[in-house]
Design a protein. Sequence first.
Length: 201
Amino acid sequence: MSDTPKFEVIDRRKIKKEEEQDGAPSHSADPEPETKSAGPQLVETESASTPEAEPSADASEEDLASEMPPPPTSEEKKEQATAYEASAQRVEDLLRAQNPTMGAQPPIRFEHLVQQLYLSALMQMGAATPEGQRPRVDIIGARQSIDLLGVLEEKSKGNLSPVEVRMLDTVLFELRMTFLELTKMISLQGVQAPPPKPEKH
């Protein structure tokens, strides 16, 4: 069993329905604090006393599906999408009232997602370090960001335009090359011999 933390999905529809019925947040008899807060929460999994084989991808998806709440209905999705757009528009109107020169925000597209993960990986590999300072590298975080782009590439096959495919291929190639160079430098630094000690007279 893996020691990696996982996310628990909380069904907000149930919480909302209880609030509407009672007029206030419902407090169930279950003393666990996880049921009182909304949104995803990290759940620490207990490590097994004996090593076990890693679960297959199919088994992992089945476990994930069994832990998730039922999918929202078409009506729920439509209602939520309308409320979300109205809320986002109110926020944009407030910002524009404080800054009249600010134009309308452009719609979020696929390239924004790729760019976000690309910049995250570069920063985790020390690209944003101020000049003259020693880079602070989060090599595990960088690998996860790069692997997320790999998942995105795999899952979006056949759904991207030629320009989007080229952009994703280029970004992944560049990040993986940077990762290889960085890990090589880390490995070389790790095996460097210590400086010779001065001889005593």
